[in-house]
Design a binder for this molecule. Structure first.
Ligand code: HEM
Ligand code: NAG
Ligand code: NAG
Ligand code: NAG
Ligand code: NAG
Length: 358
């Protein structure tokens, strides 16, 4: 793939003809999970947390998701994004899964929820039911969300890695305001991203690697039409802009397009080739190439997929441990979308809490 900006517009029209990639056979191979230089595991989490209480946990999740993704590969991106939203708002505590009420508007009701796809939210509770039917109510929705995020990456062609487990589920709602304050907007510049993710302990390499999650999935017109109208963003390739204008003829169009124009359903490093060719969809994507502080990292990831995968695993492992509840904090929900105290089916439930972890 050509890396030079000058060749981008000539190659763009042919890229539009690339058919969506089918899921590669990647996940049938017995790849070794990445172990190298992953960040420290926070107190209370462990990679063998469910070794005796739910030994089949990871195979139940992976096998179910293989079937789900075979029917709808879009759910992989949706699940990865739910994991990100969960962790960035109030920590990885499954607060993102709670249904809100008038009195308690939840994260789901805040505007960035736009593509928290309902079918992916349902998949998480389906996984919870499968796991609880096998092991009892011992595994949290927060851990299931983290494992689903990992499997979304791996089953789309990305790296496999071990996930520290033992998260507990929140009994508090994240407010609409904390949701808005903690999720970066697509119009964010590198300045804003380095600042807001810096306060969460992510460095420039982490920011560029995490943004690489946009190698899969889709975005709505209103997340990027400010780059098209009234004036076209000069950092966007002109042929790319023209094709986006066909998808989003006005700022009011409700339509979606792929985040990675080269390999939209494959977790690979082509997102960085998009940026080098000025075909990043959001300002927050393209600015990683425009800004000199992050351009070199984008270039190196575009040339070296293994480097991207290694840095992604480090950053996403850090992300997956943000603000976790452990030990006897929080609870293990019997229903991912409701706190146990609010769950009117809970008392009738035949699923009983399993043996204590501590
Ligand atoms: C760095 C700041 C980030 C910004 C500004 C951002 C913004 C967005 C926006 C605006 C969308 C599309 C929403 C829509 O229009 O429907 C999106 C989609 C997505 N984001 Fe991000 N995001 C960021 C970081 C992340 C991270 C860290 C991850 C995961 C590790 C992630 C994973 C995804 C995925 C997979 C999708 C596609 C979802 C789908 O197809 O349903 N994003 N992001
Ligand atoms: C997203 O939030 C809007 C209100 O801002 C709400 O009407 C909608 O139901 C929410 N979507 C989901 C999937 O919860
Ligand atoms: C949420 O933010 C809005 C706008 O900044 C503000 O008017 C409102 O009072 C905040 N609500 C709460 C509950 O903090
Ligand atoms: C949505 O985008 C497709 C191309 O991706 C386009 O053919 C269609 O006309 C668009 N829909 C609207 C309402 O503009
Ligand atoms: C889970 O909780 C939600 C929200 O309270 C409720 O609508 C749903 O029916 C519950 N699901 C089950 C299986 O009890």
């Amino acid at each position: 793939m050509a890396l030079s900006v000058s060749r981008s517009s000539t190659s763009f029209s042919s890229l539009l003809l690339i058919p969506f990639l089918l899921l590669v056979s990647h996940y049938s191979s017995e790849a070794q999970p990445t172990e190298l230089s992953t960040p420290a595991i926070v107190k209370g989490l462990s990679r063998s947390f469910y070794k005796s209480s739910c030994p089949k946990l990871e195979s139940i999740v992976r096998n179910h998701l293989k079937k789900v993704f075979k029917k709808d590969i879009g759910q992989a991106a949706a699940l990865l994004r739910i994991f990100f939203h969960d962790c960035f708002v109030q920590g990885c505590d499954a607060s993102v899964l709670l249904d809100g009420s008038f009195a308690n508007p939840s994260e789901k009701e805040a505007p960035p929820n736009l593509t928290l796809r309902p079918d992916a939210l349902k998949t998480l509770d389906d996984l919870r039911a499968l796991v609880h039917n096998t092991c009892g109510r011992v595994v949290s929705c927060a851990d299931i969300t983290a494992l689903a995020g990992r499997d979304a990456v791996f089953l789309s062609g990305g790296p496999d890695y071990k996930v520290p487990l033992g998260r507990r589920d929140s009994v508090t709602f994240a407010t609409r305001n904390t949701t808005l304050a903690n999720l970066p907007a697509p119009a964010s510049t590198v300045d804003a991203l380095l600042l807001s993710l810096g306060t969460k302990n992510f460095d420039a390499t982490d920011v560029v690697a995490l943004s690489g999650a946009h190698t899969i999935g889709r975005g709505h017109c209103n997340s990027f039409t400010s780059r098209l109208y009234p004036t076209q963003d000069p950092t966007m390739d002109t042929a790319f802009a023209s094709s986006l204008k066909l998808t989003c003829p006005t700022t009011a169009t409700v339509n979606t397009t792929v985040l990675d124009v080269r390999t939209p359903n494959k977790f690979d490093n082509k997102y960085y080739a998009d940026l080098v060719n000025r075909q990043g969809l959001f300002t927050s994507d393209q600015d990683l190439f425009t800004d000199e502080r992050t351009r070199g990292i984008v270039m190196s990831f575009s040339k070296n997929q293994k480097l991207f995968f290694d840095k992604f695993v480090i950053a996403v492992t850090k992300m997956g441990q943000m603000g976790v509840l452990t030990g006897n904090q929080g609870e293990i929900r019997a229903n991912c979308s409701a706190r146990n105290s609010d769950n009117r089916f809970f008392l009738q439930s035949s699923v009983v809490e399993g043996w204590a972890q501590f």
